[in-house]
Design a protein around this ligand. Sequence first.
Ligand code: ATP
Ligand code: CA
Ligand code: CA
Length: 415
Amino acid sequence: MAAIQLGIGQSVGGLSSKPERDMLMQDFGVVEVVFFPGEGSNLTPAHHYSDFRFKTYAPVAFRYFRHLFGIQPDDFMLSLCDEHLKELSNPGASGSIFYLTYDDEFIIKTVQHKEAEFLQKLLPGYFLNISQNKRTLLPKFYGLYCYQCGGKNIRFTVMNNLLPSTVKLHEKYDMKGSTYKRKASKHERAKKYPTLKDLDFMENHPDGLSMEKDTYDALIKTLQRDTRVLESFKIMDYSLLMGIYNLDLANKEKQLGQSSDVDHSPSQEQGYTPNAEMSSQGHSGLQRGKSFKTRIGQYSTPMESIQGNRELTEDLDEDEDVPSDYENGTPCPGGIPARNAKGERLLIYLGIIDILQSFRLKKRLEHTVKSMVIDGDTISVHRPSYYAQRFLQFHATRVFKKAQPGSTALKHSPS
Ligand code: ATP
Ligand code: CA
Ligand code: CA
């Protein structure tokens, strides 16, 4: 981990000597390799780990992406290289390892060779999309790297963290719009902060979650555009990751003395850990650092992802933004206001994840085999356009609902 942090630091720091310029098509294909001998070199510091090589894929392209997402090189390095990273337990089956930066901003995910290759191929199209469209819930890729040592390759991407770990989220779902095998395992459900799935959602929220019309429309429109892009790349098997913070429940918990607010102390066990059983490696930087306490995603919140950037929304009438009582006293603003069937006020954190599986690369065999065995309608592995359609349909009708005008007054007075 420390070697990887050295690698990222050198890679991002070294870029500052290259002048900013417009991107060229060739930039997407560049791979920069730097050797890190233990004794140090004129490019790299001395270190106590085994000699290693560090590859940076498309350094100039990712610098441009970070710039587009409003991330300064210094801040990026500070978040990733200055403190230990926290390892998250992964409920997925792929064997990927996840790390979270101390300030909650970034996630490192190890990826397979095929996935790294696919991301490289995706970059020009991804670039096209994010430069045209700021309102997106697609993952924000900030870097793709490979650590090489002793014949081993560890490839990983740096992405945006979608779920605040400093507030206790009440529920968390990973949904695909499929019902086939989409129930969290007993083992997962026994966890303190389980990641639930589609069938669990339908059981817990048979009436879905309601939103004000404008919010609902903005969200569904964003999902529509995003799934269209994914479909165009023949991507499938992605999920919508969603965390729910229940304001009314949090207030009750507070009164009962089980505060669910910001956890300033790394030693206290009350802070929400998005992937459960977070193991803090070494000392934690929770008391230091930037303004992570006040909002998830210093760089982009879910609300901004569906409504456009701050700069854009600031010109609009303030009232059209998140209702103020949702922001006031919320340890983690930027969530999307909604309500459950009981009328409780919720803040929703969400984004699309796991988009590096292309149907063409991996799924063809699985598809033909499984579709012979099981009804193709409910199967989770299906062709990309069908997958996108079903994903959208599920979220637009079962998960999110437009509040009836007047019936659910979403704007409550602060409590
Ligand atoms: P599989 O391929 O088996 O589905 P995977 O290893 O590819 O799994 P993902 O599906 O990308 O992993 O993610 C697994 C879990 O990790 C998610 O359900 C979520 O709990 C967490 N996670 C993934 N990406 C993020 C993110 N950007 N922010 C917060 N949590 C995340
Ligand atoms: Ca997944
Ligand atoms: Ca995966």
